[in-house]
Design a protein around this ligand. Structure first.
Ligand SMILES: Cc1cc2nc3c(=O)[nH]c(=O)nc-3n(C[C@H](O)[C@H](O)[C@H](O)COP(=O)(O)OP(=O)(O)OC[C@H]3O[C@@H](n4cnc5c(N)ncnc54)[C@H](O)[C@@H]3O)c2cc1C
Length: 807
């Protein structure tokens, strides 16, 4: 066996082999994959092989779409048959909310390019004459997907990879991984050691144990999942056309033809904590193994399938497959760099890994080879989970994900498992005041306040929370509001090279005066947006950085990895130590003045500055900035003082009509100010030029990461441009992913939106092709299947001159 390689991939299932193939296609041929048994001998060989394209997450839908176009071509590319059946799929909607969901995904499909149609129960029965459609409101018919033979498909990619120079070593277990002082990795195997630049953990159900060797937390839980295969069914024998793969929330099941037999897979909707890892895990020696049948576990759901498909009930069961499957807390796979270690990647945690292996392989290979992928990988990046995702959390969330496999998570719906994972001292108090929380990087963050005990009637359209959020916005715009926002990721950067370092890694210039606050962006080498920081200069070479909660680990990693060994810079993550209250609204100065001696006048405490002040006897950092576009301060306070500060602010604000507000109101308020959102408008897919953020780029600096590429983009011009527009829609907001249309042509993509309660208008951000970006340009947006006209706005619809912020 070789002793050196550029990349070692541990694990030869669909995910590892998919990556090996695409690294080879990218030109990295010095890659070795090591598999402890035969290829596919983990979860891959026994999978049912369905490859759906109906996925609501935009990036995941792109991944599935890529696999579904690759697999049918693989035989031609490699000579190995894959058993691809392009029979399509039909998923049922049993509620009107599910029909709305179909409409939403239909919009996504137009952008991504897979064919799907929403069809009636009668049309469903024309396509599948065997199914009983009782209770079905509609079906979504995806025409370009189907199922594949997992082992053959995986082997086809393995052949393709070998043909391009990759190496595969079978029957050789990796027993340890060590980091070497020079920054390389030493992969210890039964057949000897390999030194390499990059290691990829593609160990499927063993990936958490592999991660533990290098101190990497891999947030997965390993479960059991079953499908059954029936005897041959006469009706199928007589019929030439294959039935599509059916997906049915009534049975929490998929069912399809397997040759001339039936195949039925069940995601039982009861919590089954009898999963195998909690009983000690699977042996390293396990290979091509299944668990004993547990038919009784799935019987109630199997009976429902028989109601739907009576022809199945007439056939006997020939085979039960009870296999191992991994789930992550949010059910997306873990694809990208592991936190805290250099060049250690994850390509695991897939619960639909047959469908995802090709696409994940392609985009991870791009990331490894080019430093970024052409699609937004944030929802797959393993660093979207932090240390809070411990065994208990992963297990609770993973089980929750499993039982909801066929249940739609409605907008506004909060799933409780594993929560609360991270709370501040304010959590119980705000909950008692009616605070409804959502989760961000484990933190419980207030979303809206139920002052009359109402519960949200969740759905895709404006609901009974709409008027509550309107009231919260009104309080901020007309009086004063308070928001707990401790979930911000927070860092201190210090050391004699701190300023030079930040100037080198950020596109903006660091402020020269103490107390100045700026917005700064880290770019990739190719000039795309990695993240957004609010930077406060505390003192010479001492900066305070804030970024999105979900970026806490990722940004910490990025800052560390960008730091040169020669630079005297200390980067400290102080997220847990500091709490944050946002006090905003025209009366905020009066409120704060009641509890501080500090001079809050405009002359002394200007917009975009920060000062250390004392409020109600508490030393804190006050930043005169906010994301809602009003006079106001962010009060950053030692976490243990947060509740005391809140009580003081609240009692000072009562006579001014102070109100709590949450993240839903923030979204409406920031849209009125045309503030872009990290993760929606600002992603690694785009540049500051495309996002119309050039004012935060200082091209006159001699150097910053990404400068050359960004200058090139500026010279060439964008092929898509961010626009801010008003939409004529009625009862539904843009959520991102909706198609922008001019006639029948798709000319862009919406990224986020909200109803502006102050201005009484629907607002949206979108990227459009050149020719549609000028103010007053019009185009259509398709929201939940309906077209609405949108008009591009020249400036923020609310307070375009920032007079309220400067007041
Ligand atoms: C019953 C069932 C039906 C399913 N049906 C579908 C379906 O229809 N569609 C779909 O998309 N998905 C389906 N899945 C899920 C799918 O099987 C998995 O998502 C997919 O196989 C995961 O691939 P993987 O490469 O991550 O893991 P695996 O296939 O498990 O590969 C990991 C490999 O790593 C190797 N390995 C681990 N540790 C080491 C080590 N130390 N040294 C060397 N090698 C090591 C293992 O031997 C294994 O071969 C199903 C799962 C089950 C249980």
């Amino acid at each position: 066996m070789k002793t050196q390689a550029r990349v070692v991939i541990v694990g030869g299932g669909m995910m590892g082999v998919g990556l090996l193939y695409h690294l080879a296609l990218e030109g990295w041929d010095d890659c070795t994959l090591i598999e402890k048994g035969e290829l596919t001998s983990g979860s891959t060989w026994h999978a049912a092989g369905q490859c759906p394209s109906f996925i609501a997450n935009y990036s995941m839908a792109q991944i599935h779409q890529y696999s579904n176009t690759l697999y049918p071509k693989l035989e031609e590319l490699t000579g190995q048959a894959t058993g691809w059946h392009g029979c399509g799929g039909i998923r049922f909607a049993l509620t009107k909310e599910e029909v709305d969901w179909f409409r939403y995904v239909e919009g996504i499909s137009r952008n991504i390019g897979f064919r799907m149609q929403i069809i009636s129960p009668e049309e469903i029965q024309k396509i599948n004459p065997f199914v009983d459609v009782t209770g079905v409101l509609a079906g979504v018919w995806t025409l370009d997907d189907g199922h594949v033979d997992p082992a053959s498909c995986c082997n086809a990619m393995a052949i393709g990879a070998r043909n391009l120079g990759a190496t595969i070593v079978r029957n050789n277990r990796v027993t340890d991984i060590k980091s070497l002082p020079g920054g390389e990795w030493e992969v210890v195997t039964e057949q000897g050691n390999i030194i390499c630049e990059h290691v990829v953990n593609a160990g499927g159900c063993y990936s958490d144990r592999i991660g533990a060797w290098v101190g990497v937390n891999v947030p997965v839980v390993n479960l059991k999942h079953q499908y059954v295969v029936t005897e041959a069914i006469p009706a199928f024998i007589e019929r030439e056309v294959e039935m599509p793969v059916m997906r049915d929330p009534y049975c929490s099941a998929y069912y399809r033809q397997e040759q001339k037999a039936g195949l039925i897979g069940i995601y039982e909707t009861r919590d089954s904590r009898d999963a195998w890892p909690e009983k000690g895990g699977q042996d390293w020696e396990a290979e091509n193994e299944l668990f004993p049948d547990e038919l009784e576990r799935i019987m109630p759901w199997l009976e429902r399938v028989m109601e739907r498909m009576p022809i199945f009930a007439e056939a006997g069961l020939k085979k039960v497959v009870n296999g191992a499957i991994t789930h992550t807390p949010d059910d997306n796979p873990l694809v990208g760099p592991a936190a805290g270690v250099r060049n250690f990647w994850l390509c695991c945690g897939a619960s639909i890994g047959i469908a995802q292996g090709g696409g994940c392989g392609k985009y991870l290979a791009q990331w490894m080879v080019h430093g970024e992928s052409e699609i937004n990988m944030a929802s797959l990046d393993p660093r979207r989970f932090g240390p809070y995702a411990d065994k208990g959390y992963n297990s609770a969330k993973g089980h929750e994900a499993y039982v909801h496999m066929y249940a739609l998570q409605l907008p506004g719906e909060e799933r409780p498992a594993g929560r609360p994972a991270r709370t501040t001292p304010m959590y119980e108090k705000l909950k008692a005041k009616g605070g409804v929380h959502t989760e961000a990087f484990g933190w419980e963050r207030p979303k809206w306040f139920s002052l009359d005990g109402r519960e949200e009637e969740c759905g895709f359209r404006h609901n009974n929370v709409f008027e509550v959020v309107a009231e919260e916005c009104k309080a901020v715009r007309e009086r004063v509001g308070v928001l707990e926002l401790s979930s911000f990721a927070k860092y201190e950067i210090s050391g004699s090279d701190a300023e030079a370092f930040l100037n080198r890694v950020c596109a903006n210039r660091m402020p020269a005066r103490d107390g100045r606050v700026i917005l700064a962006h880290l770019l990739t080498d190719n000039g795309r947006i990695e993240n957004e920081f609010t930077v406060t200069r505390l003192a010479n070479n001492h900066f305070y950085l804030l970024s999105a909660a979900v970026s806490e680990l990722r940004d910490f990693d990025l800052l560390h990895q960008r730091k040169l060994e020669t630079e005297a810079v200390t980067i400290t993550n102080i997220t847990d130590n500091w709490g944050v209250l946002v006090l905003a609204g025209p009366r905020s100065r009066e409120v704060l003045s009641k509890i501080t001696e500090a001079d809050l006048s405009n002359e002394y405490f200007r917009w975009l500055t920060a000062q250390a002040i004392e409020v109600s006897g508490i030393e804190l950092r006050a930043l005169r900035v906010n994301y809602v576009g009003e006079l106001g301060w962010e009060l950053h306070v030692p976490m243990e003082q947060l509740e005391r500060l809140y009580d003081a602010v609240w009692s000072a604000g009562e006579s001014f009509g102070i109100a709590d507000f949450g993240a839903d109101a923030v979204n409406s308020l920031r849209m009125e100010k045309a503030y872009r959102a990290y993760g929606a408008e600002l992603t690694t897919e785009i540049t500051m030029i495309d996002a119309d953020m050039e004012r935060f780029v200082k091209f006159d600096k001699e150097h910053f990461v990404g400068k050359a590429a960004l200058l090139q983009r500026k010279k060439e011009g964008s092929n898509f441009q961010l626009v801010y527009a008003e939409v004529s829609s009625d009862d539904s907001d843009v959520r991102g992913g909706e198609p922008i249309l001019a006639g029948e042509a798709v000319i862009g993509l919406a990224t986020s939106g909200a109803y502006g309660h102050t201005v009484g208008k629907q607002l949206v951000f979108a990227y459009v092709i050149p020719g549609f970006e000028t103010p007053q340009s019009t185009f259509d947006i398709e929201i939940l299947g309906k077209r609405y006209q949108a008009e591009v706005l020249a400036e923020p619809i609310y307070d375009p001159k920032n007079e309220r912020l400067r007041a």
